[in-house]
Design a protein around this ligand. Structure first.
Ligand code: PMP
Length: 459
């Protein structure tokens, strides 16, 4: 075993680590280098980075501009605390973000990543209702299969079954609505009918809880790690308007969809015609090079809880690295690259090609659904040919994504397996030729997986 694998097995616990195999994973990839849209493992294998790290390497690997900006900032001002002072880099970054957010979302709060952004946004809503004399507004609406983070609050509003059951969460005030995925609701004739059902479900839930008791709805415009679920047309806008009409805040969690993934700095307004009260962001803001997250909140929201309305109150929430200059400098450098290299235009050009080419995989019987938008997509496998108990089917289902991923490695592609889904969110610099490589590797991997299933008598 390589030295790195040995050390991994002896000392590391990874996020979502597989506990029965703790200390015994002899095949984990050791990634040592990145360049453009590719990463390299220690055996020298070159892999197209299908998930762009973790939805975050917008401008790709090996960006000297970002390295230089970080180095310059370290020498000029390595740290400053936003608890008591400000610095020119956080100020400029906040101004740039405000210039791209919808409506009057002009006030920016910086955090250390997506989970802390979600946590901070939810805590801001709690504070706002307490200040406004509505402390009973505690209920939070979210969706099945949503992912909003790993802090206690972020995990509490996360709807992924396996994650919810593992550790204690804040249960009493959190309510899960249906995942807006039509593939999983074939009983509806049309997308419009399905959308009506979802909005009615939302209205019913608000009525059941009492509108005056509901604090907010939090929603990813496109569910990301829950399997890249693109909701029916108009769903996001209708959810937002439905809750706001009852004085309930709408938080769009754009940790994945912001900073170009759907071809815009933010997707809420430009793609989904939605005007949230708060937008959370992270990941792609620095192109993944250093951690940074935050939220943008509307002036209207803040007016109600500042000035004379907020006597004696403070927003007691923040992090040592909130607005720290080094990550903000990395974010400005990544922003400049996106602008200078017209990377949003690339997403508009290559994104539709990526979606169209991936959909050609639907002719493989193992493929149940291919879905996505912009530079995020998922291929969902189905065992519809398999006859077995539900438990048996589920167990097999759990392994398929990983089986496909293993074969993808052989063909120079990394994807992100999640149960029976392979998720892709490539760097935004992807070319059409790289899309062709990606789809070909996927096709070969899916066909070999299907062969294996046939040999095992499962298909
Ligand atoms: N929200 C969404 C939509 C996410 O996808 C993620 C991370 N995958 C988070 C929040 C949490 O972000 P982080 O891992 O930076 O804490």
């Amino acid at each position: 075993m390589s030295k790195n694998r040995d050390l991994f097995n002896k000392h590391l616990l990874h996020p979502w680590g597989n506990l029965p195999e703790l200390g015994e994973d002899e095949s984990i990839s050791v990634i040592v280098k990145g360049e453009g849209a590719y990463i390299y493992d220690e055996e020298g294998n070159k892999l197209l980075d299908g998930p762009a790290g973790m939805w975050c390497m917008q401008t790709g690997y090996g960006r000297k501009e970002i390295a230089d900006a970080i180095a310059k900032q370290v020498m000029e001002l390595g740290y400053a605390t936003s608890f008591t002072v400000t610095n020119p880099v956080e100020a400029e970054l906040a101004q740039r973000i405000a210039s791209q957010t919808p409506g009057d979302l002009n006030r920016i709060f910086f955090t250390t990543g997506g989970s802390t952004a979600v946590d901070s946004a939810l805590r801001l809503c709690q504070l706002a209702n307490n200040i406004k004399g509505q402390p009973q507004r505690k209920h939070i609406l979210t969706r099945e299969k949503a992912y909003h983070g790993s802090t206690f609050l972020g995990a509490s509003v996360t709807g992924k079954e396996r994650d919810k059951s593992a550790m204690d969460v804040y249960q009493d005030y959190v309510h899960f609505l249906s995942v807006p995925c039509q593939y999983h609701h074939p009983d509806f004739d049309s997308e419009a009918d399905f959308c009506d059902f979802l909005i009615q479900e939302l209205e019913d839930k608000i009525a059941e809880l009492g509108p005056e008791n509901v604090m907010c709805m939090i929603a990813e415009p496109v569910l990301g790690s829950g399997g890249v679920v693109v909701p029916p047309a108009d769903y996001n806008r209708r959810c937002c308007e439905t809750v706001q009409k009852h004085g309930i805040y709408y938080i769009a969690d754009e940790v994945v969809t912001a900073f170009g993934r759907l071809g815009h700095w933010f997707a809420s307004e430009k793609v989904f015609n939605t005007s949230p009260d708060i937008i959370t962001f992270a990941k792609g803001i620095t192109s993944g090079y250093v951690p940074l997250g935050g939220y943008a909140v509307s002036d209207k929201f803040m007016e109600a809880i500042s000035g004379d309305n907020a006597k004696g109150r403070i927003y007691s929430n923040g992090y040592t690295w909130s607005g720290a200059p080094v990550p903000c400098a990395a974010a400005l450098a990544s922003w400049d690259i996106i602008e200078n290299e017209k990377i949003l235009d690339n997403v508009h050009e290559v994104g539709p090609y990526f979606q169209e080419q991936l959909r050609t995989l639907k002719d493989i019987p193992l493929v149940g659904d291919v879905r996505g938008i912009g530079m995020m997509a998922a291929v969902e496998m189905t065992l519809q040919g398999h006859t077995g108990s539900r438990e048996d089917l589920l167990a097999k289902d759990y392994a398929i994504g990983a089986m496909v991923d293993d074969y993808c490695h052989q063909f120079g592609l990394l994807v992100r397996p999640f149960i029976n889904v392979c998720i892709m969110s490539p760097p935004l610099i992807l070319t059409k030729a790289q899309v062709d490589d990606l789809v070909l590797a996927m096709r070969k991997a899916l066909e070999l997986t299907l062969n294996d299933l046939r040999e095992q008598g499962i298909w």
